[in-house]
Design a protein around this ligand. Structure first.
Ligand code: NAD
Length: 352
């Protein structure tokens, strides 16, 4: 199959591409604008594979997008390109509206024209898979409920509102135009190649540098964590075997308070990279002013994907977090190049 991945230089997109190269014989085109979050160094292991190619492209650029899609002729589009960091959406929502809403709309329209141009047999098997988040469902504070595929949308941040909006557009393109779509809403991911502004890599790297470990509010916010490689496998399952028009929630059954996550990372580092005099990295933890509108609890009911597509996560939080901490300890040069901006500077240099 020919798979077009948008946002393939990001954290989850790069995991999807590594998965496709390793576990399928598919031909992959990665289109990515390469914002600050896009890092082609996350694909260095597979970049020379003959089944992989890359094109730098903004999904809001309809004309170029049209040429690229008509030229590549995908069987599946997996749409991951997005602005994805909640804190950045609070400081500057415009980019989130542009990429997540206008970009998704632009992509839907270009893909719809491409799909209409296909012969009946390929038209019947084409699939557009929109990758979204559990944050569209809002907050489960004060309940023991789980998010299901029918939970009403109640997004809290500019990020989750823009993703909710894009989900609505994708569903409308199915209902109105019959475009064969699938949507997945996933909980918080963690794992290798995660951009160091996100909680888990930030804590690992700050701890190694002896910096404080900031925890929002009282640290009791609960997230349901999923190892990124389990997510990539779930995405491929849905993209290839999911029922058209359906939504699938994806989660790891790993509800953890943020403070527990930080303390577990400290304990792993205490074991793997001990400090002198039996000091613990946990002495670096500091509680900081909470994020405005911070959701207290997210938790996913992933029984639909388990029952219909036989997907369950392979990693527990304990095994996945250990792998993640070990990965960061072994890839400090990747981290340093992200932190000092050289991954972007060299790219810009090559473009001049
Ligand atoms: P990321 O920020 O790491 O990567 C996003 C990628 O999209 C980057 O490579 C960036 O360069 C690219 N991009 C941004 N704007 C673009 C544009 N206009 N045109 C083309 N490319 C553009 O994000 P991620 O964590 O890999 O998330 C991928 C998707 O999964 C997002 O849609 C996100 O909403 C969703 N998601 C993420 C999580 C999570 O925990 N990270 C959980 C559930 C769902």
């Amino acid at each position: 199959m020919r798979v077009l991945v948008t946002g393939g230089a990001g954290f989850i997109g790069s995991a999807v591409i590594r998965y496709l190269i390793e576990h399928t014989s598919d031909i992959i085109l990665n289109i990515d604008k390469l914002t600050y979050a896009g890092n082609l160094e996350s694909l260095s292991d597979i970049e020379n594979n003959t089944r992989y190619s890359f094109q730098q492209l903004d999904i809001c650029d309809a004309e170029t997008l049209n040429k690229v899609i008509m030229g590549f002729k995908p069987d599946i589009v997996m749409h991951l390109a997005a602005e994805s960091h909640v804190d950045r959406s609070i400081d500057g929502p415009a980019a989130f509206i542009q990429t997540n809403i206008v970009g998704t709309y632009t992509l839907l329209e270009v893909v719809r024209q491409y799909w209409l141009s296909l012969q009946e047999d390929t038209k019947a098997t084409f699939r557009f898979h929109h990758i979204s988040t559990d944050e569209v469902y809002g907050d489960l504070d004060g309940t023991t409920d789980l998010f299901t595929e029918t939970t009403a949308y109640a997004p809290s941040s500019p990020y989750s509102a823009s993703k909710a909006s894009s989900d609505h557009l994708v569903r409308a393109w199915y209902r109105t135009y019959g475009l064969p779509i699938l949507i997945t809403n996933c909980s918080n991911n963690y794992g290798p190649y995660h951009f160091p502004e996100k909680l888990i890599p930030l804590v690992i790297l700050n701890a190694l540098e002896g910096k404080t470990l900031p925890v929002y509010g009282n640290g009791q916010q609960i997230r349901d964590w999923l190892y990124v490689e389990d997510h990539a496998r779930a995405l491929y399952c849905v993209a290839t075997r999911g029922q058209i028009g359906e939504t699938y929630n994806i989660g790891g059954h790993n509800e953890k308070q943020n403070i527990e996550v930080v303390q577990t990372i400290c304990a792993l580092l205490d074991e793997l990279k001990p400090l002198p005099e039996q000091k613990s990295y946990s002495s670096l933890i500091r509680f900081v002013t909470d994020r405005p509108g911070h959701d207290l609890r997210y938790a996913i009911d992933a029984s639909k994907i388990a029952n219909e597509l036989n997907w369950t996560p392979q990693e527990t939080f304990e095994t996945g977090l250990r792998k993640t901490v070990e990965w960061y300890l072994n890839h400090l040069s990747w981290c340093r190049r992200v932190q000092d901006g050289s991954y972007q500077r060299e790219r810009l240099g090559r473009q001049l």
